[in-house]
Design a protein around this ligand. Structure first.
Ligand code: PLP
Ligand code: NAG
Length: 445
C-alpha cells in the first residue's frame, strides 16, 4: 500500500520540510519497505519555491492575452528583478529557453561579430590586416559545461573557428589568469569561463581575468585587433553566492532558472546590449526581445524566473549561510564516521573559494567506485556526474583528473550538493547510509 508509517516515523523521516514548513522536493519512499530518500543533487536541479509556483500559476491564469495588456508589466517586473539579482540594468537582460541557449547565443554572437567587423575578403584593408585571414579564436577551460564545450568543439570540427581549452590548475582547481592571457592570439574574440564549477564548486577568478582583458583590449584597439569579449556561465553560482556583473566586469553572463529554485528557462545578461556589446540573434521571427530573441514570450515562466530572482536578491546571504553550515557539517561527519585517511575531499583547495553547498569526495577502497557506492545507498540521491555517463566503464571524470586528483580517488568520487532546506538530520541519515553501503560493498554486511 501507500502507507507512509505513523506520525512519529514521518517526523523522524521528514527532513523534507524546512523551518518555514515548506515541502521539500525530493522523492519520497512510496511503499512501507522503501525508506525515505534524501536528495543531495541540488547542483543538477532544484525544486520550485512555492512563491515561484504561485507567480507562475497566476500568470498562466491571468496573463494569457496578447503582450498589450497585463503582459508587459509581468515581463518588465521580471526583467527588473533579474537585473537586480546580478547588479545589472533591466535593458541588458534577454530571456532565453535556458543556460544551453544562452551559452550558444554568446558563442554564436562572438564569431559573427568577428566576421562583421573584419574587412571584406580581398579588400585593400584586408590585405593590410594584422590578422592575415585568420579564423576567429576563442578561449575557454577544460572543465566547462557541455553547453560551452560542445558548441566550441563543433566550431572547430566545422573549421569555423579555433579554440584553446586551457587546463585548470592541479593545485587549486582554478583556471590561472596567466594561462588565459597566454592563450590569447591576435584573432581572439571571446574568453568564456564558468563562474563556479558544477562538480568541484571551485570559483574561477573572473574579476582578475576581466581586469587583465580590459587592459589588453586597450592595446589591441591601437593595433586594430578585434576586441576580446568576456563571458561567464553563472549557472552554478546564482543563489549560492553574491553575483555582481560590475565586480565581475563581464560582457555576458548566463542565468539558469532551475538552479536557483526557478523554472526551466534562462536569461542572458549583455552589458550595454546592442551599444557596448554586440549580440547577434540565432533566431528570426516576430520581433520580441527587441529582435535579439524573438518568439512569443513565455510569460508564466518569465514571471517565475523573476520571482526566483527576487527571492535570491532578498535572501541570498541566508541561503548561503545555511548551505555552508550543512555542507561543513557533512564534511565533518564524513571525517568522523569513516577513518579520516579514507575520506578524500576532492575540492577543498586551501586558499581557493568554492560554492557553499558542494562536497566532492571519495571514499578510498578498491571496491568503492562512485557509482557502486551510490547504487548501494538506500537513502541518498546524488550524482557521480561525468564519471559515468551511459557507458559501463569506470572511467573517472575528466574534470577531476584535470584537477590533478589521483586516478583511484577520481574513480571513487561522489558529489553531494545540498539545498536551501537540507537539514543536519538529513546529513546524519546520509552518512549512515554511506557507511552501510560501504560495509555491504566490502562484504561485511
Ligand atoms: C555550469 C552549467 N552551465 C549550464 C547548464 C545548462 O543549463 P540547461 O541544461 O538548463 O540549459 C548547467 C546545468 O546543467 C550547468 O551546470
Ligand atoms: C557537470 O557538468 C558536466 C559537463 O557538462 C557534466 O558532464 C557532468 O555530468 C556534470 N556533473 C554532475 C556531477 O552533474
Amino acid at each position: 500500500g501507500l502507507s507512509r508509517g505513523g506520525a512519529g516515523m514521518e517526523a523522524a523521516a521528514a527532513p523534507s520540510r524546512d523551518a518555514r514548513g515548506r515541502a521539500a522536493s525530493h522523492p519520497r519512499g512510496r511503499g512501507e519497505k522503501s525508506p525515505r530518500k534524501v536528495y543531495m543533487d541540488y547542483n543538477a536541479t532544484t525544486p520550485l519555491e512555492p512563491e515561484v509556483i504561485q507567480a507562475m500559476t497566476e500568470a498562466m491564469r491571468e496573463a494569457w492575452g496578447n503582450p498589450s495588456s497585463p503582459y508587459p508589466d509581468i515581463i518588465d517586473t521580471a526583467r527588473e528583478n533579474i537585473a537586480k539579482m546580478i547588479g545589472g540594468r533591466p535593458q541588458d537582460i534577454i530571456f532565453t529557453s535556458g543556460g544551453t541557449e544562452s551559452n550558444n547565443l554568446v558563442i554564436h554572437s562572438a564569431v559573427k561579430h568577428f566576421h562583421q567587423t573584419r574587412p571584406s575578403k580581398g579588400s585593400p584593408a584586408e590585405l593590410s590586416s594584422p590578422l592575415d585571414g585568420a579564423a576567429p579564436h576563442l578561449v575557454t577551460c577544460t572543465v566547462e559545461h557541455d553547453s560551452i564545450r560542445l558548441p566550441l568543439e563543433h566550431l572547430v570540427q566545422e573549421q569555423v573557428a579555433a579554440v584553446t581549452f586551457v587546463p585548470v590548475s592541479k593545485v587549486n582547481g582554478q583556471v590561472e589568469v596567466e594561462d588565459i592571457l597566454a592563450a590569447v592570439r591576435p584573432a581572439t574574440c571571446l574568453v568564456t569561463i564558468m563562474l563556479a564549477n558544477n562538480e568541484t564548486g571551485v570559483i574561477m577568478p573572473i574579476s582578475d581575468i576581466s581586469q587583465r582583458i580590459k587592459a589588453l583590449n586597450q592595446k589591441r584597439a591601437a593595433s586594430r585587433l578585434p576586441v576580446i569579449l568576456l563571458h561567464t556561465d553563472a549557472a552554478q553560482a546564482l543563489g549560492k553566492r553574491r553575483v555582481d556583473v560590475e565586480d565581475l566586469g563581464v560582457d555576458f553572463l548566463t542565468i539558469v532558472g532551475h538552479k536557483f529554485y526557478g523554472p526551466r528557462i534562462g536569461a542572458l545578461y549583455v552589458r550595454g546590449l546592442g551599444e557596448l556589446t554586440p549580440l547577434y540573434p540565432m533566431l528570426f521571427g516576430g520581433g520580441q526581445e527587441r529582435n535579439f530573441r524573438p518568439g512569443t514570450e513565455n510569460t508564466p515562466m518569465i514571471a517565475g524566473l523573476g520571482k526566483a530572482a527576487e527571492l535570491v536578491t532578498r535572501n541570498c546571504e541566508a541561503y548561503e549561510a545555511h548551505m555552508r553550515d550543512v555542507r561543513d557539517y557533512l564534511e565533518e561527519r564524513l571525517a568522523a564516521e569513516f577513518d579520516k585517511q579514507r575520506i578524500h575531499l576532492n575540492s577543498q583547495f586551501p586558499g581557493t573559494e568554492r560554492l557553499p553547498n558542494t562536497c566532492n569526495f571519495s571514499i578510498r577502497g578498491p571496491q568503492l567506485q562512485g557509482r557502486a557506492v551510490l547504487a548501494q545507498c538506500r537513502t541518498l540521491l546524488a550524482s557521480v556526474g561525468a564519471a559515468c555517463h551511459s557507458d559501463h566503464v569506470d572511467r573517472p571524470s575528466p574534470v577531476l583528473l584535470s584537477c590533478g586528483i589521483p586516478f583511484d580517488v577520481a574513480r571513487n568520487a561522489l558529489r553531494l550538493s545540498v539545498g536551501r532546506s537540507t537539514t543536519r538530520a538529513e546529513v546524519d541519515l546520509v552518512v549512515q547510509d554511506l557507511k552501510q553501503a560501504v560495509a555491504r560493498l566490502e562484504g561485511q554486511a
